[in-house]
Write a protein that binds this ligand. Structure first.
Ligand code: SF4
Ligand code: SF4
Length: 166
């Protein structure tokens, strides 16, 4: 256990009113000075740093095929259990892949944008966008299904072409 020293106040700080006046001076200075930190959101959007973690989405390869193989790694690793996957078997004997997600849901009300799903995915099939503004009118609309996740994620090039026949 450590003891935190109480800061010693100067005579003027003990008078209290000068500190209030000093605070007001700072407030008025920000009123007249050019804006530095405040944005008129949502008209102005912030410039986000590279690697910013926003909403997770699913992506297709450059031939429009879903990259996800329904391995459920992301579902297992997700801390708030925001992901639900219903896998299905691929019947084609020539397919290089055995499973695909029949249904894939991400509950954006639960998601904490941690990025663990993206890190765990062996297929780079789930990526985090920079989208952080997900407001809607009902809770149901914030449970994104597979169609919506692919709509948001779009496509990324995949040099492996795993869906090609053997
Ligand atoms: S970003 Fe984190 S919380 Fe959101 S779905 Fe992925 S693992 Fe779950
Ligand atoms: S998104 Fe990736 S980790 Fe999640 S089930 Fe699909 S392939 Fe597996």
């Amino acid at each position: 256990m450590s003891t935190v020293e109480r800061p010693r106040l100067s005579f003027w700080q003990k008078l209290y009113l000068p500190e209030i006046f000093r605070g007001l001076v700072i407030t008025f200075r920000h009123l007249v000075e050019p804006r530095k930190f405040t944005l008129r959101y949502p008209e102005e959007k912030p410039v986000l740093p590279r690697g910013y973690r926003g909403a997770p989405t699913l992506v297709r390869d450059d031939e429009g095929r879903e990259k996800c193989v329904a391995c459920s790694m992301c579902e297992v690793v997700c801390p708030p259990k925001a992901i639900r996957i219903q896998p299905a078997e691929i019947q084609d004997p020539n397919s290089k892949i055995e499973r695909y997600p029949e249904e894939f849901q991400i509950n954006m009300l639960r998601c904490i944008f941690c990025g663990l799903c993206e890190e765990a995915c062996p297929e780079n099939a789930i990526v985090l966008l920079q989208d952080f503004s997900l407001a809607d009118y009902t809770r149901e609309e914030l449970i994104f299904d597979k169609r919506k996740l692919y709509e948001l994620g779009g496509t990324i090039p995949d040099p492996i072409k795993k869906w090609k026949r053997k």
